[in-house]
Ligand binder design. Structure first.
Ligand SMILES: [Zn+2]
Length: 679
């Protein structure tokens, strides 16, 4: 039987703008732009040719009844191969390979061929782990998968992760932002799988950047955000993108403020479990937030008993994680046992906090919380040795302990500083890194649970290198997972921040500049101008720390919530012109390359949008008593018209902007309308 050459329709791939004559030019540009360390597969002398001269030379073979993860992995492999070469490989089930099929095979998932090669992906491999093996005319990608939606972060998808790993290594694919334009695939006539034999597990058991797709849920002024159709498309593309960067987790755990309903449930019978403040147990007034009396042994026993009731102690079916994250409130108990658990107060404990920050001046109680976590862990370990307590380091128990309190790897702590926004001064940055290290030195495992990516609104607010330094310090000091709050989707203005955030999850030890070079290479002949463009904004951001501090001082505006009150102060009109000039040079450099031109235009749109946001902020900010809806009407209409015209481009998650602007601007009834109706 003759093989059918399944070439995807160009239109379906967004390649239709490539006139045939331009293809060769684009190929050359793509090859020239390849990042260091990613030599194109076409140049590899040895290896397994999957596509030869634009024609399929291999068959993708799945198990007889492939699960959804394997089916999707085959689809993803073919999508990117077709973007690279125009050719797509036939997909066949093992046992139904037609006679005369190509001798070269790509085996995906738990095939008999993989088992014969000694790869027991369904049995011995840990969740999300895969084997990548290329030799003897076979590329085997077999991982530990499970049934379930391949895009769901709780579906183990080892085979899919293996395909992504291979696409990065051998095809040079880079996922720059969600959607087709942000998917950089070097053009090639021939694609070869290089010899490989590796077993790879994700470095972090949980890799999570909160998706930020809920920003549009309860907007007071929905006209500021996406139309429902655009929101849906954006959500779909971003979900695919996050999976391509291997977001997910190998173990399920839930955590979050654990005792919010305990006063109602247990306050009467067990007031001793709750904070003692001014001689009184429980909330200081009805309905107020409260913390717990974490030194109380009865509290520890109750926590473990509830975990046992839910089956947690059963190693076969139970969940070993025990959530002991304190309520969203300062650790406040003044009882003598809690005070006795505290370590010496650090002399610099308030040095990097603003005097109006609620933690400023509060008693430092980290050691007491460490002792609490250890007490619960030791109690639970009697039921099940691997029982693991999950807590936060937060508020007045954020700074590293000062006594000799020791923890162990069955205490997992979410590192959640409530200040320390980027950009930081050097000494401040070093101080924050020391807090992480100090916690690590107790023996606990840590995961990053920071809010820093909520910062920056739609502005070109770039802190890429400082963030990478923080992240890599954490990796070197026991980081086992991440949970970043949140992805605001500012792809066009904050690309380098976001690319490093994604890429460091799979390449945590890489030189950040090498990773950024990958990102810039996606702009083809404009790579160096685009680098200059983002260097300009990073320098601007880092140099303007005092200006940013002043603009947000006294809670005139809040970094994670009301940035649009201050956007015009941090990014005034005058800062945009030099950046626009650099992008104009980038556009000229990319002129011969339609794909690179499209990406430069994407950045230009992001910058135009930021400028329109800054201008509207100046006229509508709630921080200025003279603001009126009338004063900002024209600027707002221009901004929203721009949003409607560009909402399919993915330059930004406009629902995030809307969520910020809702609380930042003086608005009238017009923006209460649905986005389809206004302006
Ligand atoms: Zn107490």
């Amino acid at each position: 039987m003759e093989l059918v050459h399944q070439v995807l329709r160009p239109g379906a791939l967004g390649l239709s703008h490539f006139a045939p004559g331009l293809l060769a030019l684009a190929l050359l540009a793509a090859l020239a732009a390849l990042p260091a360390g990613a030599a194109p597969a076409a140049e590899q002398a040895e290896g397994i040719p999957l596509v030869k001269d634009g024609q399929p030379n291999a068959v993708i073979v799945t198990p007889g009844e492939p699960n959804a993860v394997v089916r999707y992995a085959a689809q993803e492999l073919n999508y990117h191969l077709a973007r690279a070469t125009g050719a797509k490989l036939p997909v066949v089930a093992e046992g139904a390979i037609p006679p005369g099929a190509a001798a070269v095979r790509v085996y995906l998932g738990d095939t008999r061929a993989a088992r014969a090669a000694g790869i027991d992906s369904a049995g011995s491999l840990p969740a999300e782990t895969f084997v990548l093996r290329a030799r003897d005319n076979a590329l085997i990608i077999a991982g530990r998968d499970a049934e379930g939606d391949p895009l769901d972060r709780d579906t183990p998808a080892g085979t899919l992760f293996g395909v992504y790993e291979w696409l990065e290594r051998d095809l040079g694919v880079r996922w720059m932002w969600p959607g087709e334009l942000g998917t950089y695939v070097p053009r090639a006539r021939t694609v070869t799988a290089r010899p490989a034999d590796e077993r790879i597990s994700p470095r972090f058991f949980q890799r999570h950047v909160r998706h930020g797709l809920g920003f549009g849920d309860k907007l007071e002024n929905p006209a500021l955000g996406f139309t429902p159709k655009a929101a849906e498309q954006y959500a779909r593309d971003q979900t695919v993108f996050l999976r391509r960067h291997r977001m997910g987790r190998g173990q399920r755990l839930t955590y979050g403020h654990a005792f919010t309903d305990w006063w109602e449930k247990y306050g009467k019978e067990h007031p001793e479990w709750f904070q003692l403040v001014n001689g009184k147990r429980g909330p200081t007034k009805p309905g107020a937030r409260y913390s717990m009396c974490v030194s109380d042994p009865g509290l520890h026993r109750k926590i473990v008993a509830l975990w046992k009731e839910k089956g947690g102690a059963d190693p076969r079916t139970g969940n070993r994680f025990i959530n002991v994250v304190e309520n969203d409130f300062l650790g406040s108990c003044e009882c003598k046992n809690c005070l006795a658990w505290d370590g010496p107060q650090p002399p610099d404990k308030d040095k990097y906090y603003a005097p109006n920050f609620k933690v400023y001046g509060a008693r430092f109680v980290s050691d007491r919380y460490a002792r609490f976590e250890r007490a619960v862990q030791e109690l639970a370990a009697k039921e099940r040795p691997d029982a693991t307590v999950v807590g936060y380091v937060y508020f007045n128990y954020f700074q590293a302990p000062t006594s000799d309190v020791k923890l162990n790897e069955n205490v997992l702590l979410g590192y959640c500083p409530s200040a320390g926004w980027y950009p930081r001064a050097d000494d401040e940055h070093a101080w924050y890194k020391r807090q992480w290290k100090g916690w690590r030195d107790t023996g606990a495992n840590l995961f990053a649970r920071t809010n820093y990516f909520l910062d920056g609104y739609g502005m070109p607010f770039i802190f890429a290198h400082q963030f990478a330094d923080d992240f890599q310090n954490q990796v070197r000091n026991g980081m086992v997972g991440t949970d970043f709050d949140s992805l605001t989707g500012q792809w066009a203005t904050q690309g380098p921040n976001l690319y490093l955030l994604m890429r460091l999850h799979t390449r945590p030890d890489a030189d950040p500049d090498a990773l950024l070079a990958e990102y810039y290479s996606g702009f083809g002949p404009a790579a160096s101008q685009v680098k200059a463009y983002f260097d300009y904004w990073e320098k601007y951001t880092m140099d303007n720390r005092p200006l940013i501090h002043d603009a947000f001082f006294d809670r005139v505006a809040i970094r994670w919530r009301t940035w649009a009150k201050a956007a015009h102060r941090v990014f005034p009109e005058a800062c945009f012109a030099p950046a626009e000039a650099i992008l104009a040079r980038a556009a000229s450099a990319a002129a011969g390359d339609p794909e690179a031109s499209g990406r430069v235009a994407f950045l230009q749109k992001g910058l135009t949008h930021a400028r329109l946001c800054s201008r509207a902020a100046a006229l509508l900010t709630l921080a200025d008593p003279a603001s009126t809806p009338e004063r900002g009407k024209k600027a707002l209409e221009e901004l929203l018209t721009f949003r409607r015209a560009n909402e399919g481009t993915h330059i930004a998650n406009f629902n995030h902007e809307a969520w910020v602007e809702d609380l930042s601007w003086k608005l009238s009834h017009e923006t209460k309308q649905e986005p389809e109706h206004y302006p």
